[in-house]
Design a binder for this molecule. Sequence first.
Ligand code: GDP
Ligand code: IMO
Ligand code: MG
Length: 419
Amino acid sequence: MGRTIVIVGGQWGDEGKGKIVDFLTEKAEIVARYSGGANAGHTVIVGEKKFTFHLLPSGIIHPGKLCILGNGMVINPETLLEEIDVLKQKGYFVGEHNLAISGNAHVVTKEHIALDKKEGGAIGTTFRGIGPCYTDKIARRGIRVNEFIKQKNDFAALVRPFVKDTYRLANQAISQGQNVLIEGAQGTLLDIDHGTYPYVTSSNPTAGGACTGLGIGPTKINAVSGVFKAYVTRVGYGPFPSELGSAKETEDEAKEEALSQEDILRANRGKEYFIGKVLRKQGREYGTTTGRARRCGWFDAIAGKYAVNINGLSSLIITKLDVLSRLKILKICVAYEIDGKKTTAFPSDMEQFAKAKPVYQELPGWDKELTGVKTFEELPSAAQAYLKRIEGLLGVPIAIVSVGPERGETVFLRPDEFF
Ligand code: GDP
Ligand code: IMO
Ligand code: MG
C-alpha cells in the first residue's frame, strides 16, 4: 500500500519545508504543491549545490519523480519558465515526464503584481501578485492555466505541454499504491482562514488546502506532518508574541557575516535584541524570496498546539535545532497573558492575539555544535530535554529533527511515520 503524506508549515513559513520534502522524496513517486505561488521560497542544499524553488516542488531534482502543481496554486508563467531554465543550466531537465500543471490553477498577471506592489506594502507581502490573483479567482473573473495556454504567444506555447488533468494523475497514483508527498507552502499562521488575519497570505496552506488544492479526498490522506523551527521567525508585519527585541536590524548589522563573541556574551546576559541577533545570524534568517531580515523569537508552544489542531498533525518535524547552540538559556512560550489573564488557548480574535504577552518556561541550553549528529542519543542531554518538552506541550511525537541545511544533516527518529 502506498501512502499519501502532507507536509505543512507549522508557523509563519520558512520552517525548512523544502529541505524536509527533499529528504523525504526518495521514497515517493509523486511530489505535489497545492497552494500559494512564487511567494514561497524553498531551499534545498545537496552537497555543494543550492536550489531555491518558488513554484516547482522540491522533489524536482530527483530523477524519476512526477511533480505536480495543483489547481489551488497561482502561477506566474514567466517565473515558472525562469525556474525551469535555471535548473536546466544546472543540468536538471524539466519536461512533460516530470512536471504536470493543473489547467485549473490560476495565472498571475503583470496587473496582479502591479496591484500587489501598490497595496501589499501595509501587510508586507512578497509583491508576487498573490493576493490580487486569488481575489480575481474568488470573484470568478480570474484567468486559469487552461485559458492561458490557448493564447497565441511564446509563454503559452512553452507552458502548454505541461498541462494535464492533475487531479486524475494524483488519484490514479494513490489507487495504484504509489507514495504521494504533498508539499505545503507558507505556514499555518499565514492561512487566510486560520492565520493572523489580515497579516496572512491569500490561500489555505493548512492541511485542508491539500485536498481542495489537488482534488483528492480527505480519506486518501494517511498522515500530516508539521514542520516547525526550534524557534520562530516571521517576515512581514503582524503580531508575534514571542518576538525577541523589536528593534530593527541596522544596515551595518545586516552586512555582518558572522556573529561576534561580544554578541553572544550580550545574548547570554539576557539582552533580548542580541538573542534575536544570535538566531538571525546563526540561522541565516534572511528571506529566500525577498532577502528581508526575518523577525526572530522563542518557540511558541501555544501557536504550535494550535497548528496541531488546525492541521490534525500526526507528527512534528523540528528544524534548525543547531541554531540554538551557544545560548545558555532557552525559553519556550507556554501560555499567553491577555488583559492580565493567563491562557493556554490560542485566541481566534486577532485583537486579543495582538495583546498576548508571552509566559515563558526556561530550559538550559547547550554549547556543542550539532553538525554531524545522526541519532537522538548523540544530541546533548539539554537538547534532548528541549525536544521532549516541545513534544510534551504539543502532544504529538517528533518524527524528524534537522540539525543543518544539508540533506544529510537530519536525525530520522520515526521513519514509520512516512513511507
Ligand atoms: P521553507 O520555505 O519552509 O522551505 O524554508 P526556507 O528554505 O525559506 O528557509 C529555511 C532556511 O533554513 C533555508 O535557508 C534552509 O537551507 C535552512 N535550513 C533548513 N533546515 C535547517 C537546519 O536544520 N539547520 C540550519 N542551520 N539551517 C536549516
Ligand atoms: P514559504 O513557502 C514566509 C508572508 C509575507 C507576508 C504575507 C503575505 O517560503 O514558507 P503574500 O505575498 O503571500 O501576499 O504575503 O505572507 N509570506 C511568507 N512568509 N514564507 C513564505 O513562504 C511566505 N509566503 C508569504 O511575508 O507577510
Ligand atoms: Mg521559504
